[in-house]
Structure formats: structure tokens, C-alpha cells
Ligand binder design. Structure first.
Ligand code: PHE
Length: 451
């Protein structure tokens, strides 16, 4: 195998790692998937469950992934192989992760392409080019979807080709603060508009009666998707983390950052829906709030168009730019998993790996571009089911094969006070019992309900 150490790379420091991991976590999952899931599952009830899952299950699993990654310094497949002396059964956990990464990236790229094409939809609308605006806003056109998927994948490949410090780190260091800024400005605007308070109260008042197996399942899937867990993205990013950094602290920051942005996105989208309603736009469909693509790509653009003028343009363009940035810092983490796999396991050079793997996945995106109804099935299989399943297997592996003691030996490095901490007491219990049981119960009751 070729010497690929140079192609692996390390983060320049703690902030770089946290921003990159937060960049992976914060994505369409926060600004698109979270608010729309909340809208279709009772607003506040969903928010509450999502937060519970993120902190009680997501955070311990995130620590587990970072620990496996830093200890082995490898991609998910290599990591499980390394820790088990090449045991094929365990390698499957890593392979499942890489497969989920490939499939999620394939449809994520198409949706990310929409967000970017809507930057132009908004721009041309406000410049008075109605025809062009409609062209860019047509998510049902296979050709448009294909063009924007190619653009988005090209941007992703370019960053990954640059490597860990020069590519991923530089991109996330500029993009993440910009994202936060745009988000806060948009919230400020929406909350001053008529109707917004109605949305705010629907979002912040949990209707406990709305909680059922379906809502619980959706909230768990959302927590895994949003935190980029269960498929080895965090194992891979963790593999570039120097030993001097504190894993528990970093995982806590990333979880807080990600849930924080999701919460903020809810503060923007839910009120925006009711602002749109007071502008005469229909926001209810099939007995519930409009959700999914209809919400982001119809209700919101309509609201910006109604606002009109320079402000309409600034907010419309700003919003879709925000989504595109969030999506880009996530697609790079998805592509990095598969690229790291090619580099570590097959000795491919980084540039070739990124281009080869990226183009392969783009082919799947092109098929999806012309068959967008595939997206919901792929999302169900590889994200809502696939990621919690991966997280479940990672917990079992760490608890009963590698052993929490070995894992904690790794965590101790970079965290001197670990043995006196609450994390030391609680984490093993969450990994051994609470997280796997909660995930299993959830997956089984959903399967049971489905048949
Ligand atoms: N967390 C990303 C988001 O919220 C999606 C993602 C999932 C990225 C899994 C990497 C791995 O959009």
C-alpha cells in the first residue's frame, strides 16, 4: 500500500475541529429538515423530543465516534478493522457507514442544488426577469436538477481535494460565521412581521398530546441526521484530531452548536410560515402545516416576493445563500468519509480519490435528478433508519467488543480531569444500556407499526 500519511492530515487546532464538525452537523438537516419535521409533527412537541434525543443519545454517540476515530486515525472501515484485527463482521459496521454516506450524499446533493438554484430564482425575480426566475425555481425539471447537482458536487470535490487543513478548515472557518450572521438577521426581520407571533407560539408550546411513536421515530432520526451520527462522519473527522484536545468538550460544543442552530432555524421558519399566511399564502395542506419542499421552495419564496423591493431581494437571496452554505459544509464531510476510505484502505492519492468517488456519487445524483420522488425513500432507508441503526451498532461495538475502559483511556488524553467528571460516570451507562435500548425500542416499534 502506498504511503498515504501526507494525504490524511490533521486539524490545526481545537477551534478548527469544532467548526468543521459543527459544519458537518449544521446543514439542510437544521434549516430544512428540522423546521419542516417540526411543522408536520406538532411544533413544540417535536422540538422537545428532538432536544432530548440530541443530548441523551446523540451526545454520547458523538463522543463514541470521536474516540474511535482519534484512537485509530482511520476512516470507519479501517477503524473497525484496526480495533478487531480485521474481523469481517465488525468491518461491516464501518462499511454500512460508508454506504450510508454515499447514498445520503447522492440525494443531499440534489436538494443542495435546489437551494443554490433558488439564489438565482430570487435574484432574477427581483430584477424583473420572471421567465428566468421561474426556470431557476423549477425543482421538477430534471435538467435543472442535474445542472445544479453537478455544480454542487464540483464545489464539494474542490474543497475536499484541498485536504483537511487547507480545504475543509479554511472553508468552514469562513462559511460558519457567515451562516450564523445571515440566520440572525433573517430572524430579526421575520419576528417583526405581522403573524409571526402565531408561528412562534406553535413552535414553542409543546402539545404533549401530539407525541406518538411516529413523532418519536422522526425526532430520533432527525437527531442522528442533524448531528451527522451513525455513519462515521464524526469517526473520520475525529481521526484528524490531535491527542491534546478534549473529546468530551468538543462533542459538547458540537452538539450545542448544532441544536442551537436547529432551534434558531425553527425561530425563523415557523414564524415565517404564519407571516406568509397573513400575506394571503396558503400554509396548510392535507390537514397539517405544509412541510418539506413545498414549505422551503414555495411558501418562503412567496413571502419574500410579497415583501418586495430591495429588502425582499436581500432576504430572499440571503436565505437561500444561507441554505447553500450550510449544505456545502455538510456535503464536504460526507464526501470526506468516502475519500478517507479510498485513501486509507486503497492507497489512492487524495486528489484522485476525491474526484473518483465524487464523480461516482454524482452519477447517482443525476439519476435522482430525473426521479426526485426517490428522495423520500432514500432518506427513509439511509437516514431515518440507517443512521440510528449505525449508531446502535457503534454503541454495541464500543460497549461489548472494544470495551469502555479502552475507549476511556483514549478520552483521558486531552482531558486531565476526566476521572473526576460526571461524564466519566454517566457515559459508559449511556453507551452500554440507555442509548442502544432507546434506539432499538424505537426502531422495533416503528417496524412493528409499519407492518
Ligand atoms: N448533519 C447534516 C445536516 O444536518 C447531514 C449529514 C448527515 C452530514 C450525516 C454528514 C453525515 O444536514
Amino acid at each position: 500500500m502506498a504511503d498515504t500519511t501526507d494525504d490524511r492530515g490533521v486539524w490545526s487546532g481545537k477551534l478548527a475541529f469544532i467548526l468543521a464538525a459543527a459544519g458537518s452537523a449544521v446543514g439542510l438537516g437544521n434549516i430544512w429538515r428540522f423546521p419542516t419535521e417540526a411543522a408536520s409533527h406538532g411544533g413544540g412537541a417535536f422540538l422537545l423530543l428532538y432536544l432530548v434525543f440530541a443530548f441523551l443519545i446523540g451526545f454520547p454517540v458523538m463522543m463514541a465516534e470521536m474516540t474511535i476515530g482519534r484512537n485509530t486515525r482511520k476512516n470507519p472501515v479501517g477503524a473497525f478493522s484496526f480495533l478487531t484485527g480485521g474481523n469481517k463482521l465488525y468491518i461491516l459496521i464501518g462499511a454500512w457507514g460508508v454506504l450510508c454516506g454515499i447514498m445520503i450524499l447522492s440525494y443531499y446533493t440534489v436538494v443542495a442544488g435546489w437551494t443554490f438554484s433558488f439564489v438565482f430564482e430570487e435574484l432574477f425575480h427581483f430584477m424583473g426577469f420572471g421567465g428566468l426566475s421561474a426556470w431557476f425555481g423549477d425543482t421538477s425539471s430534471g435538467l435543472n436538477n442535474a445542472i445544479f447537482s453537478v455544480l454542487f458536487m464540483a464545489a464539494t470535490i474542490t474543497i475536499i481535494t484541498g485536504g483537511v487543513a487547507e480545504g475543509i478548515e479554511k472553508a468552514t472557518k469562513t462559511l460558519m460565521p457567515l451562516l450564523l450572521l445571515i440566520l440572525v438577521i433573517l430572524i430579526g426581520y421575520v419576528l417583526t412581521q405581522e403573524g409571526s407571533m402565531k408561528g412562534l407560539s406553535q413552535y414553542l408550546t409543546p402539545d404533549i398530546g401530539k407525541i406518538d411513536t411516529e413523532v418519536i421515530f422522526a425526532a430520533m432520526g432527525q437527531a442522528f441526521f442533524s448531528l451527522s451520527l451513525g455513519m462515521g462522519a464524526i469517526i473520520t473527522y475525529g481521526s484528524y484530531l490531535p491527542k491534546r484536545e478534549n473529546i468530551a468538550g468538543a462533542a459538547a460544543y458540537v452538539t450545542l452548536f448544532d441544536t442551537g442552530i436547529a432551534f434558531l432555524a425553527g425561530l425563523l421558519i415557523m414564524p415565517a410560515m404564519f407571516v406568509a399566511q397573513s400575506n394571503g399564502i396558503t400554509i396548510f395542506a392535507d390537514g397539517g402545516l405544509k412541510a418539506g419542499p413545498a414549505l422551503i421552495f414555495q411558501v418562503l419564496p412567496n413571502m419574500f416576493h410579497n415583501l418586495g423591493g430591495v429588502w425582499g431581494m436581500i432576504f430572499g437571496v440571503g436565505f437561500f445563500l444561507l441554505l447553500s452554505i450550510a449544505a456545502l459544509t455538510s456535503t464536504i464531510s460526507l464526501l470526506e468519509v468516502v475519500t478517507a476510505y479510498a485513501i486509507d484502505e486503497h492507497g489512492v492519492q487524495r486528489k484522485k480519490a476525491a474526484m473518483g468517488v465524487g464523480s461516482g456519487i454524482l452519477l447517482i445524483s443525476l439519476i435522482i435528478s430525473f426521479n426526485i420522488n426517490l428522495i423520500s425513500t432514500l432518506d427513509l432507508v439511509f437516514s431515518s433508519i440507517g443512521l440510528p441503526l449505525g449508531g446502535f451498532l457503534i454503541c454495541l461495538f464500543l460497549a461489548y467488543k472494544w470495551g469502555p475502559e479502552n475507549a476511556m483511556e483514549e478520552i483521558r488524553q486531552g482531558y486531565a480531569a476526566f476521572d473526576q467528571s460526571l461524564v466519566r460516570k454517566a457515559w459508559p451507562i449511556f453507551i452500554k444500556v440507555i442509548a442502544p435500548l432507546a434506539i432499538l425500542y424505537n426502531l422495533l416499534s416503528t417496524l412493528y407499526g409499519a407492518f
